[in-house]
Ligand binder design. Structure first.
Ligand code: 4AD
Ligand code: MG
Length: 445
């Protein structure tokens, strides 16, 4: 590499250094004698101002073009590092009138930018979010590494519908001769794919639980799929879920503590490493003192329903809908709130019955501002007989068997990475938190 990353130039270089950079012109100001080009190469939120003598300016040097510039570092009148160009080579021109959708003098709203998925990494908004996403992922791995958790890759192809909500995508091979032959006989295609129905995973939890019962604390961060027919600003068909399974976990308090610890750690680290990006995404959010410094609130499902009733936003419907989730967070002054002890029939089969109330399970949802639910978790049923009664399918006999051989109490949670990014950065629409969002009927790019 015979050129420098702009992040390094801005942080580590000195006035007088000769320097070479490659990147994209984000903004161009042409004056009488000089041309000023703000160049970005993706490595940081800041752009490097380059000062180009007029005779080096060609027609191809416009905003949007890609460039290779050599020169010497100097200080601008405002005291900022700038590059005084000695040579400028345009690598790829950008014919703005040919349909280039972005203009440096306009602040484009996210809905507009989203129409150009293939070009949008050229914008401040999306590039800043993707750098924060990268940093958040790293901080998550650091958090678990420092606490002796082992990172496990759980399968994407699976035969279980962990959550039992029927929101699975089925996987079928196109070229399997057995399938073709059996379909010609009029057989149900599902029944013949390598002998069993196969899905894209909705959660790695059950596999994580198996490893946890031999290796202790484990976690996974990987793609997860839900066939929810929702085009809301909070749902994706493909998202990244962080799931952790805590070994020897006997109380929801332990689980709550870990989630709160994780979120505060990741948020504080990201503020240190990516402050300028957070500022680019939402100036106001970056300035506001954060909710993350406060202790999270806890309330039971029944208490939550009471509060909603008093506020007149409880309907007869069971459960807590999105409007109600956000009202509860509002009630807690924007501080995230754990809702615990849920009615058993509203939650998944693997959740542990409360010791003092068999109609409830030791489950939690963490609700936050912007998104409502960010995390779902529970203690796991460890009573063999109770679990056997609730097991949704014989295919999960392996899961039941985990309780037979050296079983331990465990609890775990799943946190939507994209929802966390929404909360941390104040991004209203989840489709802007990952490079290529998938939602119903939108998988063309
Ligand atoms: O509450 P969920 O369904 O929990 C589970 O899947 C458990 N098996 C996790 C566990 O205990 N290991 O999903 C967990 C989180 C939600 O709180 C939400 O943040 C996110 O995953 N999530 C989605 N994010 C984006 N788009 C969707 N369609 C999502 N569905 C869930
Ligand atoms: Mg949930």
């Amino acid at each position: 590499r015979n050129f420098s990353a702009i992040a390094n130039v801005l942080e580590k270089s000195n006035v007088g250094d000769s320097t070479e950079i490659k990147g994209w012109v984000r903004n161009l100001r042409v004056q009488k004698e000089l041309v000023f080009a703000d160049v970005s190469d993706g490595t940081c939120a800041k752009k490097l101002q380059t000062v180009i003598p007029k005779h080096l300016k060609t027609d191809a040097l416009t905003y949007g073009s890609s460039v290779h510039i050599t020169g010497t570092l100097s200080k601008s009148p405002k005291g900022q590092i700038e590059l005084v160009a000695e040579s400028v080579r345009v690598l790829g021109s950008c014919v703005v009138l040919d349909g280039y959708p972005f203009n440096p003098r306009t602040t484009h709203p996210p809905e507009y930018i989203r129409q150009y998925l293939h070009l949008r990494s050229r914008t401040n908004y999306i590039s800043a979010i993707l750098r924060v996403r990268h940093a958040v992922t790293k901080h998550i791995h650091d958090f678990f590494a420092s606490r002796n958790y082992i990172n496990i890759n759980t399968p994407i192809l699976t035969s279980n519908d962990c959550e039992g909500a029927g929101e699975v995508f089925k996987v079928q091979p196109d070229n399997d001769e057995t399938v073709k032959a059996m379909m010609q006989e009029g057989r149900d295609r599902d029944s013949v794919y390598f002998g069993s129905k196969t899905f894209l995973t909705v959660s790695g939890q059950l596999h994580l639980e198996a490893i946890c019962r031999g290796m202790g604390n484990v976690y996974t961060l990987g793609p997860t799929f839900r066939a929810e027919n929702s085009r809301s600003r909070l749902h994706l068909s493909e998202f990244y879920m962080l799931e952790a399974e805590l070994a020897f976990c006997e109380s929801l308090d332990q689980l709550k503590f870990s989630i709160e610890d994780l979120m505060k750690y990741v948020f504080a680290k990201t503020r240190d490493t990516n402050e300028a990006d957070l500022f680019l995404i939402d100036k106001d959010k970056a300035k506001t003192p954060s909710w993350i410094d406060k202790e999270f609130v806890t309330m039971s499902y029944n208490e939550a329903k009471e509060i909603l009733k008093k506020k007149n936003i409880a309907d007869t419907e069971e459960g807590i809908n999105k409007e109600q989730e956000l009202a509860l967070v509002d009630h807690c002054n924007g501080i995230p709130v754990f809702v615990v002890r849920w009615p058993k029939d509203m939650k998944s089969f693997y959740m542990k019955e409360c010791e003092d109330d068999s109609s409830k399970v030791d489950a939690l949802d963490l609700l936050g501002p912007v998104t409502g639910e960010i995390v779902g978790g529970s203690l796991r049923e460890d009573n063999y007989e109770k679990l056997k009664l609730k097991l949704p399918s014989e295919k999960l006999n392996w899961y039941l068997e985990l309780r037979k051989f050296g079983n331990i109490p465990t609890g775990g949670f799943g946190l939507g990475l994209e929802r966390l990014l929404q909360v941390m950065c104040g991004v209203p629409n989840i489709k802007d938190t990952l490079p290529f969002p998938r939602w119903p009927h939108n998988c063309d790019m």
